[in-house]
Ligand binder design. Structure first.
Ligand SMILES: Cc1ncc(COP(=O)(O)O)c(C=O)c1O
Length: 364
């Protein structure tokens, strides 16, 4: 059959590399079990309160979900003490990225972003016929001065991933505040804080108060990471209500499914679970970093539940073959680097064990 031509913008797009599923890896290497350490999900699951809530919500699956997500929006408004008209709940926070580009990017518009960051920013800009202006990281961190210099008359939006995926780094509080304050008010600043709840650094900006001053600021958060609801697809953005109204024009009517809405409301209530997960994660991060240092393996200092590890050895391939499914990626200058989501102590020890053995074999 003759190939039917897509729009020229779609021609440029590279399909997101989903990689093999844990089931495929298990079969390929004939493994008893696999541990998924590739997608930065919460290894400790989700709040037990979610399960009860989903059970009840199952009774009304014959109805469409609430298209305005009113109950959860009210809860979020109370949680943050912000008016509910500033929230847009979405099918994962990724949907807000798509809605923003759909509503605001026209052909030839530019969006400034880091060179190595969450790839969906670039893809969504390209889909709309825009151009992604990518700015190299400095030591794994957004270079805000260079990003500011990349802004010109064509710039429509700027993406800051804080902490950054895949490097796990954050930008300094003062530096980020100054950046947000000086970006012209006709340019959207999209601050993606998908891993916000994991951050322990005192140098992390509390961005919420800036919303009142800067109506061009959009903050993205998600229930996919520490809240442990990745499988349900639910996230949200906090922004000026006028932007919310524009995004409503381009969103699907029933974008957030009924079970996800119920689950997220229950998950938000259980902040003790979130604190406990953040603390356990911080302990694991300390443990893994110390072991990597002992093994003389480089990594970026991370404020998230994942760590970007540099290695000239085929470590990632070996981890995967041993059922520890990490995400292989290369960053300019770091051959064979990979990103590993932290697991339980047992998972992390298993991964470190494989690395240790491999390095010892190499040394012989
Ligand atoms: C930085 C960042 N932003 C957004 C997302 C998308 O999350 P969601 O599941 O809410 O769509 C991810 C998922 O990996 C991410 O790492």
């Amino acid at each position: 059959m003759a190939r039917i031509q897509t729009r020229s913008a779609v021609e440029k797009i590279i399909t997101y590399p989903l990689g093999s599923s844990p089931e495929e890896i298990q079969a390929k290497f004939n493994l008893k079990a696999v541990r998924k350490m590739s997608d930065n999900e919460n290894v400790y699951g989700c709040s037990p309160e979610v399960k009860d809530c989903i059970g009840k919500a199952m009774n009304s699956l014959n109805f469409y979900p609430d298209g305005t997500v009113s109950l959860l929006k009210r809860k979020l408004a109370g949680f943050y003490n912000i008016n509910e008209d500033k929230f847009l709940v979405s099918n994962g926070s990724e949907e807000i990225i798509r809605l923003l580009t759909r509503a605001y990017i026209s052909s030839g518009d530019e969006a400034v972003m880091a060179e190595i960051t969450f790839p969906r920013y670039e893809t969504n800009v390209l889909i709309e016929g825009g151009n992604a202006i990518t700015v190299p990281l400095q030591n794994g961190t957004h270079d805000l001065n260079a990003m500011f210099s990349a802004i010109n008359g064509k710039t429509k939006m700027v993406f800051i991933c804080n902490p950054n995926n895949p490097t796990g780094t954050i930008v300094g509080r003062k530096e980020l505040r100054q950046f947000v304050e000086k970006v012209p008010s006709n340019i959207l600043i999209i601050l993606d804080e998908a891993y916000y709840e994991y951050v322990k650094s005192e140098d992390y900006l509390d961005s919420i108060p800036l919303l009142a001053q800067r109506p061009n600021l959009i903050i993205l958060r998600t229930f996919s990471k520490i809240y442990g609801l990745a499988g349900l697809r639910i996230g949200y953005g906090i922004m000026d209500s006028e932007i919310v109204n524009e995004l409503y024009k381009v969103k699907d009517v029933f974008n957030v499914n009924h079970l996800a809405q119920a689950a997220a409301a229950a998950a938000l209530n259980d902040q003790a679970f979130i604190r406990e997960c953040a603390d356990k994660n911080a302990q694991e991060m300390k443990f893994v970093c110390q072991k990597l240092k002992d093994l003389n393996i480089g990594f970026f200092s991370s404020q998230t539940n994942f760590i970007y590890i540099f290695s000239q050895n085929p470590i990632a391939e070996n981890l995967i073959a041993n059922g520890l499914v990490v995400r292989q990626m290369k960053l300019e200058g770091y051959l064979d680097a990979f990103r590993m989501t932290l697991g339980t102590r047992e998972d992390n020890e298993a991964a470190l064990d494989v690395i240790n053995k491999l390095l010892n074999e190499k040394a012989v």
